[in-house]
Ligand binder design. Structure first.
Ligand code: PLP
Length: 425
């Protein structure tokens, strides 16, 4: 059920009533059923403005895509200029070539790229390609990692067993997946010793941002890379969140471990809906021979490729990563200090560009240990934070953009403190 706790302004309340009449739950993605329900009128930089005249410092950033801040002028201008000359051609165009070259250059290790529209679908492309290349069907994946909402990748834990996450999901579509705890290379070695002949791919977020923003332990990614090589298994990094956010080369660059295939989305296009599958030529070229199908009416559209070209060009020319890290680090320290001042066991961990806020002091290294934290307590706090003008969700992940500066830092800490003073937490 939608989150009712936010005290909605009158215009939001009215729009929400109308939305609920025509749209199940009043939202177009179930992820938003539990988020803030205020209606947004406009957004710029690091700020959101509601239809009721409230403003919010945004640390959700559209679930990650607004890494350059909301509506970056150069990206919006590039898209609008390009689209005046046509939106979709059913044929090739120069922007596709430019965007492809720019992404491969930025990523560093990848030879080729195919664009898609959502992270969910490019993950499917990666899995199909790995299966085609290896002639195997099984895939190793990890507890707590998210790879989209389709039947074969959506999964949830019940009583320690990973199975279907929703009514209507066909359980047998998960049969080919071996779900392991993450950050434990021995588990991967053991699974590959037992099933290696059948395993096409290992897929993971190189940093588990979707559950706790947990970094890989030193040596873990390297060990999985070696195991994949030994068993002829394709290593897929799902960089839909981490790509272009942690650095131009995402998690692969940060940890110095190149995968064979990687999926991108979110931060790649300045907020526009674009995703990409990148990889080594010997794998990716199978799409080009027609041996492996990958299709999509809107793939490589003018809007998408103009947005990617403008976004990646600016990231290459003026990388904001140090700025983002500085803001993130200072904010993390500031939030921790506020927790201490108010005698709360507030926990702020992760990376400066994406960090996780919760309650508790357990040592966390994977999904199971993450459950030792009081995640429900933070979820309650998040609702009060929204009421105090901080746009965050109950999942605890805060995203920082290139537009977050001193003003936003002051506003965020002041608003957070006010929420704590008002008894939240
Ligand atoms: N992979 C990861 C790591 C994600 O975080 C997400 C979405 O949050 C997806 C895939 C799916 O992307 P989309 O929501 O664009 O389908």
């Amino acid at each position: 059920m939608p989150n009712d706790s936010t005290r909605l302004g009158p215009r939001s309340a009215e729009l929400r009533r109308r939305a609920a009449a025509r749209t199940p739950g009043g939202v177009h993605s179930n992820v938003r059923l539990t988020g803030a329900q205020e209606f947004i009128e406009r957004a710029k930089g690091a700020w959101l403005y509601s239809v009721d005249g409230r403003d919010y410092v945004d640390y959700l950033l559209g679930q990650g895509p607004n890494f350059l801040g909301h509506a970056p002028d150069h990206v919006v201008d590039a898209v609008s200029d390009a689209c005046r000359r046509g939106v979709i051609f059913g044929g090739q165009h120069e922007l596709e070539v430019q965007a492809s070259e720019l992404v491969c250059r930025a990523v560093g290790w990848a030879d080729m790229i195919r664009f898609g529209v959502s992270g969910t679908e490019v993950v499917q492309g990666a899995l199909r390609l790995a299966r085609a290349a290896t002639g195997r069907t099984k895939v190793i994946r990890f507890e707590g990692h998210y790879h989209g909402w389709l039947d074969n990748v959506l999964t949830a834990a019940r009583d320690g067993h990973w199975g279907v996450a929703t009514k209507g999901q066909v359980a047998r579509h998960l049969d080919d997946f071996i779900v392991l705890p993450w950050n434990d290379a021995e588990q991967v070695a053991d699974a590959l010793d037992r099933h290696g002949e059948q395993v096409a791919a290992v897929i993971m977020e190189p940093v588990m941002i979707n559950a706790g923003v947990i970094e890989p332990l030193p040596g873990y990614l390297e060990a999985v890379r070696r195991l994949c090589d030994r068993h002829g298994v394709v290593l897929i990094f799902d960089e839909v969140i981490s790509g272009f956010r942690l650095g131009l080369g995402g998690g692969a660059e940060r940890y110095g471990v190149p995968p064979d295939l990687a999926t991108y989305g979110k931060a790649i296009a300045g907020g526009f809906p674009v995703a990409a599958l990148v990889g080594r030529a010997e794998l990716m070229s199978r799409f080009g021979t027609g041996e492996v199908n990958h299709s999509g009416t809107f793939n490589g559209s003018v809007m998408a490729t103009a947005a990617v070209a403008a976004t990646v060009t600016s990231l290459l020319e003026d990388p904001p990563y140090e700025r983002v890290a500085k803001h993130g680090r200072t904010l993390m320290v500031g939030l921790r200090d506020l927790g201490i001042e108010h005698g709360l066991p507030l926990r702020v961990e992760g990376l400066p560009a994406a960090f996780h806020v919760s309650f508790g002091d357990a040592e966390v290294r994977d999904y199971r240990t993450l459950q030792r934290l009081d995640l429900a307590r933070y979820e309650r706090l998040s609702r009060v934070l929204v009421e105090h003008g901080l746009w965050v969700t109950g999942r605890g992940v805060w995203y920082v953009s290139a537009c977050h500066g001193e003003e936003e830092l002051d506003a965020a800490l002041t608003r957070f403190e006010k929420a704590l003073r008002d008894g939240a937490g």
